[in-house]
Design a protein. Structure first.
Length: 311
């Protein structure tokens, strides 16, 4: 009984220590050798230091693969410290799942430590094309001090297709389904545990961002993920969850917003009226509903309208 109580208290502390504005992320064990480093959620601000997205790592016999690197150089260093608090095995590689600021700018700390950064070639091109602007925006939002040492970089390794990594003595599958939530977005599956790091493909209880997406491709990717032996999904934002809650939630939201956009196009709605006319009550409690959902409504409306024009 004492052992069970101790384990429960430890888990409570691990989760509770990772809150808004936390500067010391703690690893939460999801399976043997598989860990989540939770983000705060919400929008990036000076309270949470922009550390809003999840990261994680997988420990094998001979080393560690890190998954996503955080928002800033300081965040990247904090994530590395959290890994080292769990294991002294070397971090062999860091995978970037998608090109959102909260997942990639900590890469400078990893590279400083001699850890190569690996990402899809299309994500690397997207980083080069626009991430200097993202970095400037982050500096304006968070201030110079939290972003000190943070810089855009070129990934050390690129790839184009799904493949297995045996770098750490444990099979880790890197999954790319084509243009989905973003052109080079990937998911990472630990074969032994069935834990999937979904990156930009899935958020839990948070509105997914359609800005870079191909919606048909995203639906295909989500359907493909359902066919995999996945037990737990780590989303880009939100709590780790079973497949239905994580993958099914995104599928439902995308289907709903597309259906509403088609109704508005058929009704001849003006673009300016679309955000106010695209209320989806089932998702109103989700994180970033008032911001990302309203932007999604306009993006999807324009795509459906363009599709109708060229039929």
């Amino acid at each position: 009984m004492r052992t069970l109580l101790t384990k429960t208290l430890v888990l409570f502390v691990l989760i509770g220590c990772v809150g808004v504005g936390s500067r010391a992320p703690r690893a939460v064990a999801l399976a043997d050798g598989v860990y989540l480093l939770p983000g705060s959620g919400g929008a990036a601000d000076d309270g949470n230091l922009g550390r809003i997205g999840n990261a994680g790592f997988i420990v094998g016999d001979s080393g560690v693969i890190a998954i996503d690197t955080g928002t800033s150089h300081a965040h990247g260093k904090a994530l590395l410290a959290a890994i080292r608090a769990v294991t002294d095995k070397p971090v062999k590689l860091a995978l970037i799942t998608h090109t959102r600021p909260e997942f990639l700018f900590g890469g400078t700390a990893f590279r400083e430590a001699g850890i190569p950064i690996r990402t899809h070639s299309r994500s690397a091109r997207l980083m080069a094309a626009r991430c200097e602007t993202c970095l400037k925006t982050l500096r304006q939002t968070l201030g110079d001090a939290p972003m000190q040492g943070t810089a855009l970089y070129k990934p050390d390794q690129e790839f184009d297709a799904t493949h297995d990594l045996a770098t750490i003595g444990r099979t880790v599958r890197v999954l790319h389904f084509g243009h989905s939530s973003g052109p080079g977005d990937i998911a990472v599956l630990d074969i032994a545990s069935g834990v999937l790091f979904a990156g930009g493909l899935a958020d839990v209880q948070r509105v997914p961002d359609t800005q870079d997406s191909d919606l048909a491709g995203w639906h295909r990717a989500l359907a493909a993920l359902r066919e995999l032996p996945v037990k737990t999904v780590v989303p880009g934002h939100g709590d780790a969850a079973p497949t239905e809650a994580a993958i099914g939630g995104v599928q439902s939201y995308l289907t709903s917003i597309e259906a509403r956009a088609r109704e508005l196009v058929a009704a001849g709605a003006s673009l300016s009226s679309v955000p106010d006319m695209s209320e989806l009550a089932a998702y109103a409690s989700w994180d970033q509903y008032e911001t990302i959902h309203r932007r999604n409504a306009s993006i999807v409306f324009l795509r459906v309208e363009r599709e109708a024009m060229f039929k």
